[in-house]
Design a protein around this ligand. Sequence first.
Ligand SMILES: Cc1cc2nc3c(=O)[nH]c(=O)nc-3n(C[C@H](O)[C@H](O)[C@H](O)COP(=O)(O)OP(=O)(O)OC[C@H]3O[C@@H](n4cnc5c(N)ncnc54)[C@H](O)[C@@H]3O)c2cc1C
Ligand SMILES: Cc1cc2nc3c(=O)[nH]c(=O)nc-3n(C[C@H](O)[C@H](O)[C@H](O)COP(=O)(O)O)c2cc1C
Length: 774
Amino acid sequence: MRIVCIGGGPAGLYFGLLMKRRHPQHHVTVVERNRPYDTFGWGVVFSDAMMQAMRAADPESADEIESAFNHWDDIELIFKGTRQRTSGHGFVGIGRKHLLNILQKRCEALGVELVFEREVGSDLEFADADLIVASDGVNSRIRARYVDQFRPDMVVRPNRFIWLGTKKAFDAFTFDFRKTEHGWFQAHIYKFDQDTSTFIVETTEEAFNAHGLGELDQQGSIEFCEKLFADTLDGASLMTNARHLRGSAWLNFSRLICERWSVFNGRSHVVLMGDAAHTAHFAIGSGTKLALDDAIELANQFDQHGHGGDNIKGVLQAYEEVRRVDVARIQNAARNAMEWFEVVGQRYADTLEPPQFFYSMLTRSQRISHENLRLRDRAWLDGYERWLAARAGVVTRDDERAPPPMLLPYRVRGLTLANRIMVSPMAMYSSPDGLITDFHIAHLGARAMGGAGLVFAEMTCVSPDARITPGCLGLWNDAQQAQWRRLVDLLHGVGHAKVGIQIGHAGRKGATKLAWEGIDQPLEAGSWPLISASPLPYLPHGQVPRAMDRDDMNRVCDDFVAATQRAAAAGVDWLELHCAHGYLLSSFLSPLTNRREDSYGGSHENRARFPLEVFRAVRAAWPSDRPMSVRLSCHDWTESGNTPSDAAIFAAMFKEAGADLIDCSSGQVWKEERPVYGRLFQTPFADLIRNEIGIDTIAVGAISEADHANSIVAAGRADLCAIARPHLADPAWTLHEAAKVGFNALEWPKQYRSAKAQYEANLARATAAVTVAQ
Ligand SMILES: Cc1cc2nc3c(=O)[nH]c(=O)nc-3n(C[C@H](O)[C@H](O)[C@H](O)COP(=O)(O)OP(=O)(O)OC[C@H]3O[C@@H](n4cnc5c(N)ncnc54)[C@H](O)[C@@H]3O)c2cc1C
Ligand SMILES: Cc1cc2nc3c(=O)[nH]c(=O)nc-3n(C[C@H](O)[C@H](O)[C@H](O)COP(=O)(O)O)c2cc1C
C-alpha cells in the first residue's frame, strides 16, 4: 500500500512508523510543513496506561520515550496564600519537541519517508496513495475540503489561555490561582525535562478583555503573567516558543467532534486522525494520548483485517467504531474538567475554603472519585475527611477514621439530620382516597430503618383534584392527617430518620392511570377537570386543562396552606414544595407550558409569581424552626425550555423568599424532551445553584453508590443526596453502602445488629477474594 500522512505531529508520525514496522513493504510518507525538529509547544503529559499501550505497539520508541520521561506523583495547589499537596497521582511528562524528535528518528530508522517544509494544499496532491491520513491538526485543511461528509462540529470555548514555558523545575503538577481586580487567573504548571516546565495561563474572556491582554504583544503578555505569578516563579522568567503566532498568542480552545471520520476521494481513502478528528481540552492533558491511541488502533485494525488495499474500507469503519467510544469517554471527562476551569472564578474560588477548593479541583473531571483519591493518597484523604467532619461539628481523634462525607450530620433551622442521605419522594400509587395504608407504613418504615437521615414520602396532593392518579397520597382531610401522624410517630420510633412531606398539585398531568396501568395516560372513567398555567394538554390525546384564573389561584394557594398546617400538626419534620416535573407549579415556571399574557406569564419574575405566592403562604404556615425545600426541574431538555441558568434565577427568587434548599431535579415538563442521562447527570445543576446562588442544594438522579454521594458532598457540589430507585431496590442502602466503603462505625437498628457483623465479614471476604484473583 502507499500511505501518506499529511501532518507530522504525534498522530501522523506514530501511525507512519507503526505501519512501516508491521508491514515493511508499505510505502509510507509523512509530509510536514515545518522544518525537521522544529515545533510549537512545551511538554505533554502521559499516564502509565498510555505507556503500556505504546510499549506493546513499538518497544523501541517506548524505551526512548520512557528514558526521557520526567516522572512525578504530586499535585500542588497554590491558592489564597496556602500551599496544599497530595501524592500518588503518577504522571509522566516529556517535551513535545523531544517526543516528536524520537518519533521522527524512529520513522527514519524504519524507512518512513519524511518530507519537511511542504505545505499540503489538498489530498489530491497524492494521486497514487491508497490511504491518506489527515493528521494535520485541529485546523485540518483536509477535513475542511470534505466538510459536508465529515460534518465537523466545532465549539469555540470562552476561556483564553497562553502556552508558555519557564526554566524553573517544579517538582509537582502545580496549579496556581490568582485574583486580580478583574477576575481570577490560573496557571497549570508541569515539568517536562530536567530544568523546564510548561506554564499555561488561563482566564475568562471578561478578565482577558478588562486587562487589555488582546492589545498586548507576546512580550507584553509574558510580562503580565510574570508579574501576576511572581511569587511562584521566584525570579524565573516565562518564555514563548510560539513566535510564529501573530498578536498576543492567547488562544481559545476549540472542542471538535466529527460525524464521520473517513471518505473516499475518488482515488484514495482519506481518514481523520488525532486533533483533526477530535479534540480534548488540556485540563486533563489527553490530546496527545488520543492521537497516539488512534494511530495504534488503526494499525491494529490493518493487522486484523489484512494489510491489502482492498480491506481499507472495512478497516476504516472498524477503526472509527472502536475509537469513537474511547474518544467520547475522554472528551466527556475533558469537558467536565474544562468547564470547571471556565467557571472556577465565578463559582468556587470566592466561596470554597482552600481544602474543599482543592478537593473540588482534584475531582473536576468526575473520573477521579472519593475512593480513587483514597487509593492514591490515603493519608491526605483521611486528613480531608477529618477537616470536613470538624466543620460539621464531628471531632475525631487522629487515630480514628472520620465518618465519610455522606454520613456527616446536617443542620438546618432547628433540625439536625444524622447524615446527608435522603430517600427521594417516590409515588407509589397505592392510596385509596389519598390515605396512607399499611403498605406505606411497611415501605417507609423499612427505609427509615435503612440508615438514611431523611425519609420522604411520595408527592402528597393538596386536594382531590390535585392528584396525578386515583392512587396518589393526599392531605386534605382529618382521616389523612391522622394516618400521617401515625406514620411520623412510627418512623420516629424506629431510628434516627426525620420525615419529609412533598406537597404538590398535578395540574395538567392529573387524572391519569396508575403507573402500571399506563403512565401519563388519561383516565377512561372517573376523571376530573384539570387546571394549569395555560390550556395545553400533556399528551396530544390528554385532557385540555383550563387556564387558571385568580379565583383558582386563591383556592389552590389555600389548599397548599391547609395541607401544610395538617403536616405541621402531624409532626412532619421537613416540607418540600413540588415545583418540578411539569406539575401545576412547574407549569408556571416553564415557558413551554406557560403561555400566559397576564402578569403570571412572560418574564422569569412573572412566571415565578404564582409559585412564589404559594411558597410564601406555605412558609408562613410552616413552623419557623422546620426547614423547607423546593424541587425544581432545572432543565427542560428541549429547545426553548428552561435551562440550568433559568433554574438558577428561580432558585435565587426562592432563596430570597426563605427557601432553605433547592432540590435539583429535571425534565418531565414536555413530552418531547431529550434528556442526557448518565451517572450523576443532574448533579451539575445542584453544583451551579449551590455555588453561584449561595443556597444549599439536594443532588438527585443516578447517584447509586456511596462513592458518588461522598464525592458530591466532599466537593461541595450539594449538601444532601436524594436516592430514589436504589432505595426501592435496597431499603438499607445507606447501611450497606457505608459498609461497602469500609466504614463500620455506623449503628444498625439494634434488632439487626447480629446481621451487621456478618454482612461486614462477607464483604471483607469478597474484597480479599478479588484482591487474590488480581
Ligand atoms: C496548551 C496546550 C497544552 C497541551 N497539553 C497537552 C498535554 O499535556 N498532553 C497531551 O497529551 N496533549 C496536550 N495538548 C494537545 C496536543 O498538543 C494535541 O492534542 C496533539 O498534539 C495532537 O496531535 P496531532 O498529531 O493530531 O496534531 P498536531 O500535534 O497538531 O500535529 C499536526 C501537524 O500537522 C502539521 N500540518 C498542519 N497542516 C499542514 C499542512 N497543510 N501541510 C503540512 N503539514 C501540516 C502541523 O505543522 C503539525 O505538525 C495540548 C494542547 C495545547 C493547546
Ligand atoms: C417510582 C418513582 C416515583 C417517583 N415519584 C416522585 C414523586 O412523587 N415526586 C418527585 O419529586 N419525584 C418522584 N420521582 C423521581 C425521584 O424522586 C428521583 O428524582 C428520580 O427517580 C431520580 O433519582 P434516582 O436516579 O435515584 O432514581 C419518582 C421516581 C420513581 C422511580
